[in-house]
Design a protein around this ligand. Structure first.
Ligand code: HEM
Length: 91
């Protein structure tokens, strides 16, 4: 694996933000300007920091992608914790 799964990412977004507008602002900002300090998932130790998607996605596209992620992707805590255990074993 080179990056966390998007459903796992959204598990962390839902833990960190109750306000969907704040969640979206974070995603839109992070995808264009990722920094270790801003990362909510704290999985940069395992994967390194994600590459900025500036130039790869337009602001309009990212707006749509962020809305789609928030509306469609989620993961329960039990599934998240089980995945984490599995990956720890495989590392
Ligand atoms: C439009 C495309 C993408 C979106 C919407 C996206 C979104 C996200 C989000 C929301 C996070 C979590 C931020 C946080 O922890 O606060 C994340 C983390 C991560 N993403 Fe992406 N990502 C995209 C493209 C990519 C690409 C192309 C790669 C690698 C080639 C990548 C690798 C990673 C990695 C390794 C992390 C975990 C480490 C970190 O927090 O930087 N992402 N991504």
């Amino acid at each position: 694996m080179i990056a966390p799964g998007a459903r796992g990412v959204m598990f962390h977004m839902n833990e960190a933000f109750t306000d969907k507008n704040q969640m979206k602002d974070h995603i839109v900002d992070f995808v264009m300007n990722p920094t270790k300090d801003k990362a909510v998932c704290k999985s940069t130790k395992r994967f390194g920091l994600m590459p900025s998607q500036k130039g790869a996605i337009s602001e309009k596209e990212l707006d749509t992608v962020a809305d789609w992620m928030i509306a469609n992707l989620s993961m329960s805590k039990s599934e998240h914790d089980a995945n984490q255990k599995k990956h720890q074993k495989n590392r």
